[in-house]
Design a protein around this ligand. Structure first.
Ligand SMILES: [Zn+2]
Length: 242
């Protein structure tokens, strides 16, 4: 069910049976010289399209939050950075709105690493309000399986670039892009540190990306996402049984 195109009567009808909403969360930021600035929005959108086919009868697909927080990539052109505090509060307000509309299961489908610490705080607050949440950070949660298909993942790396190519080959290129490893542990932090960590605004072997790998990655991960969503519903049932 697509909230963007639903009218009020459709929404009220749906509310009678559906209490799970999926909110995609992204970022507009530099993704190397080779991937779309909207990569972190495009990938969650593609997951939503596939999840809608599989579980659209039980989940309301909400319009995405396209702008997030990126301290690391903020020095690069094309990054539109919202502070962690403003971003977290905004997402919390949106989720409270869904809760007021009767949604007690909220799935945050996050496409961007810089959002994670804010979303951790948001989900703690939501849990205290009685909302059950599942946060999906696909590039972390499914990393070991990702590496079987795309061995050198990263920010706009082999995995992300492949996932973009699988959506539309015009949204990324690989020729001459090469490979970059992060030269320093992320726990060292200093002014404009992102430029030292991501000299070309990406990490991993982007040159090895292909649309075919992207398609394999989507299929593999959609199954894992569906398993995670089933676990969220099992938790709901267990809590209701008390
Ligand atoms: Zn990204």
């Amino acid at each position: 069910m697509d909230m963007m195109t639903m009218n009020l009567s459709d929404f009220e009808e749906m509310q009678k049976t559906v209490n799970t909403v999926l909110l995609p969360i992204g970022m507009i930021e530099a993704h190397g010289p080779h991937c779309a600035l909207g990569t972190d929005v495009l990938i969650p959108r593609e997951f939503v399209r596939r999840l809608e086919e599989a579980r659209g009868d039980r989940i309301l697909m909400a319009p995405e939050v396209a702008y997030g927080h990126s301290w690391g990539l903020a020095p690069f052109p094309g990054t539109i950075d919202v502070s962690a505090e403003a971003f977290g509060n905004y997402v919390l307000e949106i989720c409270r709105g869904f809760h007021q509309n009767g949604f007690t299961n909220i799935i945050l489908f996050n496409g961007h690493g810089g959002n994670i610490s804010s979303l951790d705080i948001v989900t703690e607050k939501l849990a205290d309000l009685g909302v059950r949440t599942l946060t999906i950070n696909w590039y972390i949660d499914y990393r070991e399986d990702i590496k079987k298909i795309a061995p050198d993942p990263g920010h706009a790396g082999e995995d992300e670039t492949s996932l973009v190519l699988a959506i539309d080959e015009r949204y990324a290129f690989t020729e001459g892009v090469g490979s970059h490893e992060i030269p320093l542990a992320k726990r060292f932090r200093f002014k404009n540190g992102g430029i030292a960590l991501y000299p070309e605004a990406f990490s991993g072997n982007a040159e090895a990306a292909t649309a075919e790998k992207g398609e394999q990655l989507y299929r593999m991960m959609v199954d894992l996402v569906l398993q995670d969503i089933d676990t969220l519903w099992e938790i709901e049932q267990q809590l209701e049984r008390g």
